[in-house]
Structures are given as structure tokens and as C-alpha cells.
Design a protein around this ligand. Structure first.
Ligand code: SF4
Length: 190
């Protein structure tokens, strides 16, 4: 249990708990408002994220920022963004189960300090780990599910939307539903 954000970040930045530490350029801790009521959780850093040390900064990240802008969310202002694993899996492969198990401790500590009301899972990897191991993004996206006092919602990963642009209208609907939910249960996001 960490009492402060600085303590947590300092410890995390030195993490060598799994083999991903061997190939990372930068550990990607997370970005955003540490008092956010809404948290987004992706899969893991890609090449650009590894180089810059920030989540979602490549083409997918730019697309995510557009969706966020539509519903008045901004990583510099009123949300927090993190990933299931904080170091880049080589060749952008899926994180292995043991890497996720090792790394989820950091996400749990971040969540304890932020205490979000809503967590949005971006893509299959985080939705299956945080919501339901059978979660199917194409079927269950946009649904709010309460777990441990937090509302979870799974939606498409931005990289998947770049590959399948026909899913963009569904993703937009999810973000619009998120806006309504934020207005309903959050106090200071807007
Ligand atoms: S991926 Fe997570 S557990 Fe593995 S070295 Fe990086 S921070 Fe540590």
C-alpha cells in the first residue's frame, strides 16, 4: 500500500518484476489527473509509447484523443489513462498472463489512490482481465457493469478501430453513453 503518488511512481519506475523490463526503453506509468473520477485502461505500450514514456501517443492515441474531445474529456484535465502492463511487449505481441499478473499490482495501487467511479477498458485484453474473462468487445461494448463499487465499461481499442473503421460508429455511441453516465454519477469531471 502506497500513501502517495510520488512514492508509488518512484517504486514502479524501478520495477523489474517481469522480462519486459529487459527490452523497454521507458516504463509507461500512466498520464492524467490523479483525482480523476474516470480512468481508462488499455493493453500495453506500443513503439511510440515506449519511446515517449506516455500511453496512447501514436495514431491510436490521436484517435482516442478525438473521441475524448467529443465528450469533453482530456488527458491533461479530467481523466487518467494507464495500461495493463507498463512495459512494451516486444513486437507488440499480447502481454502474457504472467506479465499481466505481475504488473496488475501497479494498476491496483494506482486505482486505490485515484479511487475512480468509472473504469473504461480499451480493448479485449483489459476488459477480459478487469470485467469478465469471457468478455466479447463486439457484443458487450458499451455496457456498464458494477464491480466492487466501480462501474466498468468495455469498448474498442483505438488500434482496432484503425484496423476496422466500420466499428467507429459503435465506439462513438459508447463514448456518448459514457458522457451521460459521467453526468449522472460524477461530481467534478465536467
Ligand atoms: S511490465 Fe509491469 S511487472 Fe513487468 S517489469 Fe514492467 S512494470 Fe514491472
Amino acid at each position: 500500500m502506497f500513501n502517495s503518488w510520488e512514492e508509488l511512481k518512484t517504486e514502479c519506475l524501478q520495477c523489474r518484476k517481469c522480462e519486459l523490463c529487459e527490452t523497454r526503453t521507458n516504463l509507461v506509468f500512466g498520464v492524467g489527473n490523479e483525482n480523476a473520477e474516470v480512468m481508462f485502461v488499455g493493453e500495453g505500450p506500443g513503439e511510440n509509447e515506449d519511446l515517449q514514456g506516455e500511453p496512447f501517443v501514436g495514431r491510436g492515441g490521436k484517435l482516442l484523443d478525438k473521441y475524448l474531445e467529443v465528450i469533453d474529456l482530456d488527458r491533461k484535465k479530467n481523466i487518467y489513462i494507464a495500461n495493463m502492463v507498463k512495459c512494451r511487449p516486444p513486437m507488440n505481441r499480447d502481454p502474457k498472463p504472467d506479465e499481466m499478473e505481475g504488473c496488475i499490482q501497479w494498476l491496483r495501487e494506482q486505482t486505490k489512490l485515484i479511487r475512480p467511479k468509472i473504469i473504461v477498458c480499451l480493448g479485449r485484453i483489459s476488459a477480459q482481465r478487469l470485467i469478465d474473462k469471457e468478455f466479447r468487445v463486439t457484443k458487450q461494448h458499451g455496457q456498464f457493469i458494477e464491480k466492487g463499487g466501480i462501474l466498468f465499461m468495455g469498448t474498442f481499442h483505438p488500434a482496432a478501430l484503425l484496423r476496422n473503421p466500420n466499428q467507429k460508429p459503435d465506439a462513438l455511441e459508447d463514448f456518448l453513453a459514457l458522457k451521460e453516465k459521467i453526468k449522472e454519477i460524477c461530481d467534478h469531471t465536467y
